[in-house]
Design a protein around this ligand. Structure first.
Ligand code: SF4
Length: 359
């Protein structure tokens, strides 16, 4: 699928009609908005953004952008585990209204879905994009224009979905877009399979980190995410670095996210995600008000039906025990929608209403 400008606009309309925003939103910024600047703006003012882009770009010559550390020369077109080609590939860019409430705000989160992935899970819910690599190769300038288009139609942020393997292209595009007026924050929406030292390169560029923490046990990570036994260690170290940079979730006067770490944790059947260990880790290493989205929407996708342990949705009981463990650890930054689902099922008779969630 080619991501032409016309296709972009069509997707934007399908994505929730943000083109029908008031002229005030499209052409103007509130006083509060004008006083606020994304992190990358400040880094450019300090004259450091270009140097950071150069450093990131050089890594592509012997790619070690992620824990797979393939060492291939991506600039010469060699492909590593993620199968990413020389240029950045995008499947679609559109306002998204299904993300966390503070990212969606009134006009949507400006999502850009990158093709390919460095983790490759057997239960991937975006497998045509992430694993089959559907999408189109773009110049960094085209990616920059995509960012500006999303901003123009009112999106509150640029939500970079699966950015790890194309991070240098993203930085380059961000600087191009900044020079043309980009003024909304970047959301680094990652699987969590990151190297903390690579995340350090994003210090002062990314305002909002949205990492998954998918597993806390090496054997599950290896079995379900292509031998990534080091996932728990890599993801937790990366999250600590993200927190060091941007701290906890911050919102503006309208409740829209401006900065901070928002962690996603998908509850899996048969305790595969290690939820109890995850919430314990959060309580030990991060502030108890860290934004944590304990998500119930696991469903059997891609090759998950071949693995009996994860070949079903989660039960109400599994979701409620996950939320209870989080509460027992004193975590207060739980995603409001998860809390509402919890409260729904905790009401008298709620446990009996459905055998499993969303399946
Ligand atoms: S980004 Fe891709 S090529 Fe680079 S180390 Fe990771 S999997 Fe390998």
């Amino acid at each position: 699928m080619h991501v032409t400008r016309r296709k972009f606009i069509r997707h934007a309309l399908l994505g929730g009609g943000s083109l029908l925003l008031s002229p005030f939103v499209i052409h103007g910024r509130t006083q509060d908005d004008r006083q606020w600047h994304p992190a990358f703006y400040k880094l450019e003012q300090e004259g450091k953004l270009a140097e950071r882009i150069e450093k990131a770009d050089a890594i592509l010559e012997e790619c070690r952008l992620c824990p797979r550390e393939c060492g291939v020369n991506r600039k010469d077109g060699e492909k590593g585990f993620c199968q990413a080609p020389q240029k950045v590939m995008v499947y679609v860019a559109q306002p998204h209204f299904g993300e966390e409430i503070s990212l969606v705000g009134q006009h949507g989160s400006g999502t850009i879905f990158f093709s390919n992935c460095n983790l490759r899970c057997v239960f991937c819910q975006n497998w045509p994009i992430a694993l089959r690599g559907e999408g189109d190769e773009l110049e960094d300038e085209e990616l920059a224009h995509m960012m500006l288009d999303l901003q123009q139609i009112g999106c509150h942020n640029i939500n970079l979905v699966t950015p790890t393997h194309v991070m240098p292209h993203i930085l380059n595009a961000t600087r191009i877009a900044l020079k043309k007026g980009l003024h909304i924050p970047l959301v680094y929406n990652t699987s969590g399979y990151e190297r903390a030292e690579i995340i350090k390169l994003l210090d002062g560029i990314v305002d909002i980190y949205l990492p998954d923490v998918k597993y806390m046990h090496a054997e599950h990570a290896a079995k379900y995410s292509s031998d990534a036994a080091d996932y728990p260690e890599m993801a937790t170290q990366a999250v600590l670095e993200m927190h060091r940079q941007v701290g906890v979730h911050e919102i503006d006067k309208l409740g829209v996210a401006r900065r901070g770490v928002m962690i996603r944790h998908l509850v899996m059947p048969n305790r595969v995600a290690g939820t109890q260990a995850f919430v314990k880790w959060v309580s030990e290493y991060l502030p108890t008000n860290t934004y944590i989205n304990i998500m119930p929407q696991y469903h059997v996708d891609y090759k998950a039906f071949e693995y009996p342990q994860i070949a079903r949705g989660i039960t109400v009981k599994e979701f409620l025990e996950a939320m209870t463990w989080a509460e027992e650890q004193g975590l207060t930054g739980l995603d409001p929608r998860s809390v509402r689902v919890r409260n729904h099922y905790r009401r008298p008779g709620g446990m009996n209403s459905f055998r499993s969630l969303f399946n």
